[in-house]
Design a protein around this ligand. Sequence first.
Ligand SMILES: *Cc1c(COP(=O)(O)O)cnc(C)c1O
Length: 410
Amino acid sequence: MTSTKPQHAPQIHFPVVDDVLQVGGIPLPRLAERVGRTPFYAVDRRVCSAQVATLRAVLPPAVALHYSIKANPMPALVQHMAGLVDGLDVASGGELRTALDTGIDPARISFAGPAKVEGELRQAIAAGVCLNIESGNELANAARIGDLLGITPRVALRINPEFELKSSGMRMGGGAKPFGIDAEQAPQVLQQAAALGLDFQGFHIYCGSQSLRLDAIIEAQSRSIELALRLAGDSPLTVRQLNIGGGLGIPYFPGEARIDPTPLGEHLAGWLPRLAQALPEARLALELGRYLVGEAGVYVARVIDRKVSRGEVFLVLDGGMHHHLAASGNLGQVIRKNYPVAIGNRMAPDGSLASATGPLCTPLDILADRMELGHARIGDLVVVFQSGAYGASASPAMFLGHPPALEVLV
Ligand SMILES: *Cc1c(COP(=O)(O)O)cnc(C)c1O
């Protein structure tokens, strides 16, 4: 039997006073009372602001920072982020509405996604947001709808590069992919964009997510910039935006550490003179989701029962994988590792182990597998840290018909 200690590093953002976790400056039991019921997600706006400020402090001011809404589309959070970043990136008509509702200038919204349907294209073009075009067919569709509406669509080409972000949790570029236009096909699609008279903005190159390796991120950024320079070199169109993605990850599991973004800022600063010369109108942008909000959120569920089965302790919770698929191990498709988990109203462990399981009738509904949670009692609040990104909106809330998790910004 392996024991995994709760990982305390991610709790830095949330102080502990008299053995009780404080979220948004509020003791967790009081926050739970205010929310009204468990389970819930709470995202601390101050942690998000601090994360943006940390990154801004090391990035050259010329580099724009975008928030990728799909990481956490809670409207209150998107509203908060809209006031902190230079742009919002959306991936559906629904996310586009959330972004527009913040009142942000539509010119600062970009829309990527491989299957934009007619209604989404119309909505985006009418609003004046930038479409990150994923294929030649989509470009032709955008032009047709632009003619119909009497609006010149703003477009950038999403490029599928010939390389990938090494060591990333999820590869989104390199090789054969449904995302973006293969770099080899881009010159032809650029000609098409010029012939159609579209309002060309530039390039979007996104090659991966959840990387904790600075050297891999730096290499992918350099290759993305080089690719954009090469494509722009034989194109008649002016590049105004160069979105080189992001891919910065956050630590989830024992042995993982936060990345220090300082070298990233220095690396991008090193590119700026050459970019200013080759693409004088281009603004370099990073788009980040998880890195900006992931550490700011907790998921909180209550211990409904405490059982001992053949010598092992189980904390049975009112929440589980239907709200937090990632912490449960993504339907068993990956080797499951424990997210950092603690008892929020009784933070000090006594060394005894327990597993925390959810209300679903499947052995996959696990939030903690034999962690130091054995001191928990019925009614206690189990906290899953690092839950600000890919939580509620990325989980199968309908599975088994339990109520959805509440979501609050504190
Ligand atoms: C998902 C996604 C992001 C955000 O990824 P994170 O790992 O959350 O930073 C950014 N851009 C695109 C195109 C995406 O699909």
